[in-house]
Every structure is written in structure tokens, then in C-alpha cells.
Design a protein around this ligand. Structure first.
Ligand code: ADP
Length: 323
């Protein structure tokens, strides 16, 4: 028995390339399954202030290749209160919305859990460039962000090499070093600094640089995760200690934008369609995840309690070969 008649979709928290592909999949899978699909603008704020409209199959045309989120996104402090959640649930009931797909990060999933608790079944889809969701091996936007970071560091490398310099590059990732690790490997960084692994300036930066210098290396890339930070000071300290001219670059929000890669479009499409199937089956409080390379789902509350393991084996390999 299918009880769900009208579902809504929103994007919340930080944006990520591929969110549009996920919204498109929710809309198309929902409509072709006989549901009404409502679009909610600006995350939970749209539920609170009724910024909601019904989509048709063409509402999501020409967005699969676009970065950002055409539904816009927001952080909503007002929703993050008991009254806010109640008000959002009341709005859903008033508009006949009996299921919501929330595309965002852990914060957005806490909101989805609370909204489910207030009587509106929710399904989460992980969309964040940081890959920092413990329950999922992969988050939508990560592949695009990594590829952007690699392109940017490749450009820095050209000029770093021409001048025999050291480039200290900050990539995104406040709590999670995955973007730094993957980018660092792909650009051949001499050192990769991530929040998960404490570092020693002498041992992990200076001595590695000096060792490779003795083997003939003249230019260096140091990749630093946002959560480690301090790239200006690091560049200054490196220059003082080694005499090698060093420059700091913060890649910043360029990593958030751009056309999503194939992987992000495909994962987003699969997760979007499967999220709709879950709502049709009467399931709620679930989050789509990649586990052992496959798209599946978990209970949101359990997912939020998981701890993300850092790939230390890959980190050690990176250090071994970037020498
Ligand atoms: P992300 O989803 O990218 O982690 P945020 O942490 O900013 O981004 O969360 C997005 C929104 O989700 C918040 O603005 C808030 O409305 C809602 N949210 C975050 N944490 C909670 C919570 N503990 N309970 C209910 N809603 C929350």
C-alpha cells in the first residue's frame, strides 16, 4: 500500500556540485511514480515561510550539469528550535506534504530527524564537498571539489616550479582531511597536513623538504586541510627555516562551484531515485549512503552517531611516495 501522495525536496547547509542532479532525480522519480513533487527554496527556511512550489518533469530540465543548487540553500537558525520544527511540520501538513527529501550535511540530517519526530517522514541525501559524513563512504560534490582542487594546484605548480618556490595550499575540510589527502596524492605534495593526524613541523615539513632537496628537488607543494589552517604562518616559517621562497594560497570557495563530475551526477541520480522509493515504501528517518561502494540506506539517528575512520593506510602511502 502506497500512502505517500505528495513529497517535497530541499537543499540545506553548504552547497555542493551535484545537488541539482539529486533534486532532478527526486522530481523525475517522484513524478513518474505518480507523486506530486514540491520544491522548497532555501532549505528549512522555505518550509517555515512557505516558499514552496509544485514541479513538473520540465522543472528540472537543464540543471544536471550545473553546480550550486537551483533551489538555493540556507542555514536556518529559526528551524533549529522546537517551535521551528513544529512550524515546519505544520506547514507540511497544511500543504499535504507527507514526505521530505533533505539534501545536505550532518546538520541538515539532524533537522530531518527532528522533522520526522514531528510526524513528517524524511529521507536524507549526503551533499557536501568535504566528504565528512561518517555513515557514507562518499558524499555528493566531493569528486567535483577534488578535481577542482587538483586543477588549481596544477596551475600553482607551474609557477612554483618556474621560481623554485614552495607553495603551501589550503584546501577545504574543517573536520575531514579526505579532500587534502586525495588532492595531495594527485598533485604529488611533499607533505599533507590533515586534522586527523597531528603533525610535527620539523619532522613532517622541514625534514621531508630537506631530504627531497638533497635528492635534487627544488620546488615543493604542501597541501593543508582547512581544519589545520595557518598557511600564512606555515609559509613564513618554511621560508625562514629553509631559505626557500614560500607562498601561501587558500583555494577557498572555488572548490564549492563548477559543473559536477560524472561521478557526482551518477551518485546523486541514484540516491535521489532511491530516496523516493523509500518514501513510497513508507520508510522514514533514513539517510542514503555509499557502503562498500554501493548506494544503500541507514537509520539517520544511527548514522549521526557513527565516527568517520580516516584512511591512514592511504595517508602513509602518500608520504612514502611523495619523496
Ligand atoms: P550541513 O547540513 O551542511 O551540515 P548546517 O550544520 O549548517 O549544515 O545545518 C543546516 C541546517 O540544518 C541548520 O541551519 C539548521 O536549520 C538545521 N540543523 C542543524 N543542526 C540541527 C539540529 N541539531 N537540530 C535541528 N536542526 C538542525
Amino acid at each position: 500500500m502506497m500512502n505517500t501522495k505528495t513529497i517535497a525536496v530541499l537543499t540545506s547547509g553548504g552547497d555542493a556540485p551535484g545537488m541539482n542532479a539529486a533534486v532532478r532525480a527526486v522530481a523525475r522519480a517522484g513524478i513518474t511514480s505518480g507523486l506530486r513533487v514540491m520544491a522548497v527554496r532555501r532549505g528549512y527556511n522555505g518550509l517555515l515561510n512557505g516558499d514552496i512550489y509544485e514541479m513538473n518533469l520540465r522543472s528540472v530540465s537543464d540543471i544536471i550539469h550545473r553546480g550550486g543548487t537551483f533551489l538555493y540553500t540556507a542555514r536556518s537558525p529559526q528551524f533549529n528550535t522546537q517551535e521551528g520544527v513544529q512550524k515546519a511540520a505544520d506547514r507540511c501538513r497544511q500543504m499535504g506534504i507527507d514526505g521530505v527529501v533533505v539534501i545536505g550535511g550532518d546538520g541538515s540530517f539532524r533537522g530531518a530527524r527532528d522533522l520526522t519526530g514531528a510526524g513528517i517522514p524524511c529521507i536524507g541525501i549526503p551533499g557536501t564537498i568535504d566528504n565528512d559524513i561518517a555513515s557514507s563512504e562518499y558524499t555528493i560534490g566531493f569528486d567535483t571539489a577534488m578535481n577542482t582542487a587538483v586543477q588549481m594546484v596544477d596551475r600553482l605548480r607551474d609557477t612554483t616550479e618556474s621560481h623554485d618556490r614552495c607553495s603551501v595550499v589550503e584546501v577545504m575540510g574543517r573536520r575531514c582531511g579526505d579532500l587534502a589527502l586525495q588532492t595531495g596524492i594527485a598533485v604529488g605534495a611533499t607533505t599533507i597536513l590533515v586534522p586527523e593526524v597531528p603533525y610535527d613541523f620539523d619532522r613532517d615539513v622541514i625534514e621531508r623538504m630537506q631530504f627531497t632537496q638533497k635528492t635534487g628537488k627544488k620546488h615543493f607543494i604542501i597541501v593543508v586541510a582547512e581544519g589545520v589552517g595557518g598557511v600564512d604562518k606555515l609559509a613564513k616559517d618554511i621560508e625562514e627555516r629553509t631559505g626557500i621562497e614560500s607562498r601561501a594560497t587558500v583555494l577557498g570557495h572555488v572548490q564549492r562551484g563548477g559543473s559536477p563530475t560524472l561521478r557526482d551526477r551518477v551518485v546523486a541520480s541514484e540516491m535521489g531515485a532511491k530516496a523516493v522509493s523509500l518514501l513510497c515504501e513508507g520508510k522514514s528517518n533514513r539517510v542514503m549512503v555509499v557502503r562498500d561502494g554501493r548506494v544503500t540506506d541507514l537509520d539517520i539517528t544511527e548514522a549521526l552517531q557513527m565516527k568517520r575512520p580516516f584512511n591512514k593506510e592511504l595517508y602513509d602511502i602518500a608520504l612514502k611516495i611523495s619523496i
